[in-house]
Ligand binder design. Structure first.
Ligand code: SAH
Length: 512
């Protein structure tokens, strides 16, 4: 983090075209060190998980469509924030300097004496071509490619676009920002001498699960596009290369292509599943049912006091990955480290918790076969008699474990190291998607998550029987809970994990 008295650096960073995997390592490094991220309207919000900075959408088109933010205002904001000592990432869709005004922002920073760096991104055009299945250049088809703005009115006499020159260009033409002017662009190209049967395509929402591609010729494309009801952002590609699509399509063939899946995990734990869904061509929609938060300051102080000496503890028990993370964070903050538990035996409820311990150099002595409090209690019962057990936990949870351990003769103390609370309401965006049927799947990972989902659904004014999304569950107990609430289950996971649930959704989609 920067000190607040220095002028900080501004990073003008390309976020890539939409697929959250198409961002550079350097861009992620910048996001990690940022204090403030100002992102534009094309940036996939999933990228914001790479940062702890304050994030603000600063797009030139206002979200409510009520006009355009002057570029000068954005430039000024960058300058002021850097002067206040904040490391700023200006995150822009695609590449910051391809129709991205990155150079105008750089000019303003240079004029104000603010140090800056520019991080290139994968521009929409290259992603559109490759995710749609064609290549702009090809030894036999095209040896050049031109990126052109389609935003200018080609019929205006002061247009800087020279359509006579463009139509003679010896290669592929790519028009950014051209959807609304598609008929004029095609007409102008034909008038300027391009054959009316030149192959052309429109690629919308390139590299996203909502990607749509329409192909035709300069004379047919406007009609094809209207019939397909295509929506921006989209690119117009003119040239023979678009005919490769029939052979080289791959993205649209992925098993979850076009499917949106609501992930009910806490945001901090959703990363792996988000990646899995994206790589399968689907759209992960974060719909956390539970919120994980650190404890308040006074509880932190109590924890620090407790951790001053753990010599009285024989067994340390961890029942979640968060518990491990927060325990070691508190230990470190209180000036101690893992040597403070060197004499303790350690138990973990499941393999993920054991892995979190292993990452900190701690080998769990006991990990039960099945991920259940009952199984952990059974495994511990023979060894904890007469021993002091410290259970590292969240503010709420079932009492099965302490009750069973006390019955086995242990003295049990619990240490609450993080908060686990129900999320209050569904975001308006998600409830709208549930209502209009544009959310395809809800993945439910426990009976309590299922109940919580039903509660949120009802609070958003919907009944279980109005739900158009399909439900996937992690296990038979979750299925039973969903069915008893009057909802149908389309898929139950073969393996009772999140990854297993996503795999089972893929199998269902393959059979569709
Ligand atoms: N700097 C960006 C372009 C910004 S101009 C880049 O390098 O990609 C905005 C235009 O980019 C849109 O009107 C559209 O033509 C194009 N665009 C951006 N993202 C797109 C996407 N995912 N699919 C298709 N076109 C996209």
């Amino acid at each position: 983090m920067s000190s607040s008295t220095d002028v900080a650096r501004v990073y003008l960073v390309g976020a890539g075209p939409g697929d959250p995997g198409l961002i550079s390592l350097r861009a992620v490094e910048c996001l990690r060190i940022a204090d403030l991220v100002l992102y534009d309207g094309l940036v996939n919000p999933l990228l914001l998980r790479h940062t702890n900075a304050v994030c603000e959408r600063t797009a030139r088109t206002r979200r409510d469509g009520s006009g355009i933010v002057p570029q000068e205002e954005v430039n000024q904001r960058l300058v002021c924030e850097a002067q206040a000592g904040r490391t700023v990432v200006r995150l822009k869709g695609g590449d910051p300097c391809i129709f991205g005004r990155g150079s105008e922002e750089a000019d303003a920073l240079e004029a104000a004496g603010i140090p800056f760096e520019i991080v290139p991104g994968i521009t929409a055009a290259t992603a559109a071509a490759e995710y749609a299945g064609f290549s702009f250049t090809h030894r036999r088809i095209s040896s050049a490619v031109a990126f052109i703005t389609g935003h200018e009115d080609p019929t205006r006499s002061d247009s800087r676009l020279d359509f006579d020159a463009i139509s003679r260009f010896p290669g592929t033409l790519v028009f950014y920002m051209g959807l609304s002017r598609l008929p004029e662009i095609c007409r102008q190209l034909i008038t300027s001498g391009m054959p009316a049967d030149t192959a052309a395509a429109i690629v919308c929402q390139a590299s996203l699960p909502s990607q749509r591609v329409a192909t035709g010729t300069l004379s047919t494309l406007p009609e094809v596009a209207t019939a397909a009801g295509l929506k921006p952002p989209s690119l117009i590609v003119v040239g023979e290369c678009v005919t490769q699509r029939e052979r080289h399509s791959w993205f649209e063939l992925l098993p979850l292509f076009g499917q949106s899946i609501a992930i009910t995990r806490p945001v901090q734990q959703a990363g792996d599943i988000v990646d899995q869904v994206v790589r399968l061509g689907g759209e992960p929609v974060l719909m956390p049912m539970i919120e994980i938060k650190p404890v308040d300051d006074s509880t932190s102080r109590e924890i620090a006091r407790r951790l001053q000496s753990l010599l009285d503890v024989d067994w340390l028990i961890f029942t979640s990955v968060n518990g491990v993370g927060e325990f070691f964070r508190h230990l470190w903050m209180s000036g101690k480290d893992s040597r403070a538990i060197g004499h303790c035996s350690v138990a973990a409820i499941g393999t993920s918790t054991a892995e979190a311990l292993a990452e900190r150099g701690i080998r769990a002595d006991i990990v039960p076969q099945t991920f259940r409090a009952e199984a952990l209690a059974d495994a511990l019962a023979p060894v904890v008699g007469g021993k002091k057990v410290l259970w590292v936990r969240a503010n709420r949870g079932r009492d099965i474990l302490p009750t069973a351990l006390k019955q086995a003769g242990a003295s049990v103390e619990d240490l609450v190291v993080y908060q686990n609370n129900d999320c209050q309401a569904m975001s308006p965006d998600i409830s709208q998607r549930l209502r209009d049927g544009t959310l395809n799947w809800i993945a439910l990972s426990s009976p309590s998550i299922a109940k919580q989902f039903l509660r949120m659904l009802q609070e958003a004014g919907m009944n279980a029987n109005q739900l158009r999304a399909k439900i996937a569950t992690i296990s038979p107990v979750t299925t039973a809970a969903v069915q008893s609430a009057g909802m149908n289950v389309a898929v139950e996971a073969g393996t009772h994990t999140w990854a297993g649930m996503i795999r089972s959704i893929c199998e269902y989609q393959r059979e569709e």
